[in-house]
Design a protein around this ligand. Structure first.
Ligand SMILES: [Zn+2]
Length: 151
């Protein structure tokens, strides 16, 4: 049993781990999900990131050449970077999954790139039915690789 499978660790059953959430970020992720382009997988994802105090949103964008698709979290982070925001503070991801899906491994690494302190970055997963899970980025990607390890 992994930590995520452990019902005792499910934030929906542990109010101490599931504070009020982040209403603005969650609303933006929910809205972004409606703009997902997912004609192949039908797995629509919206994301919102707070970076340098501003909120940026994104959605997954698929392609007939499947490998060219990109996740919602990364489109949101890249929009922030293009706007000049490099400090990641919080993330919300909206899918139709129950329980709500966490970011994939590739997105965890991209989020880590812009997190000065991954233990201080909250990642919230929601769905339109109002279910919510949350973690810190450090919990989702322990010992993540960073540019500090490059020569
Ligand atoms: Zn991803």
């Amino acid at each position: 049993m992994t930590r995520d499978d452990d019902p005792a660790r499910d934030p929906a059953r542990d109010p101490a781990r599931d504070p009020a959430g982040d209403a603005e970020l969650e609303a933006r992720a929910l809205d972004a999900q409606r703009r997902a382009y997912a004609p192949y997988s039908k797995f629509r994802v919206g994301a919102a990131v707070r970076m340098a105090g501003e909120v940026f949103d994104g959605a997954n964008v698929e392609n007939a050449s499947y490998g060219l698709g990109i996740c919602a979290e990364r489109t949101a982070v890249f929009a922030a970077v293009i706007a000049g925001a490099h400090r990641l503070e919080a993330v919300a991801v909206c899918t139709d999954a129950s329980p709500p899906s966490s970011p994939c491994g590739a997105c965890r690494q991209v989020l880590h790139e812009f997190a000065a302190d991954p233990a201080a970055v909250t990642v919230i997963a929601i769905n339109p039915r109002g279910e919510r899970r949350s973690w810190t980025l450090a919990e989702l990607l322990p010992d993540g690789f960073s540019g500090r390890e490059l020569p």
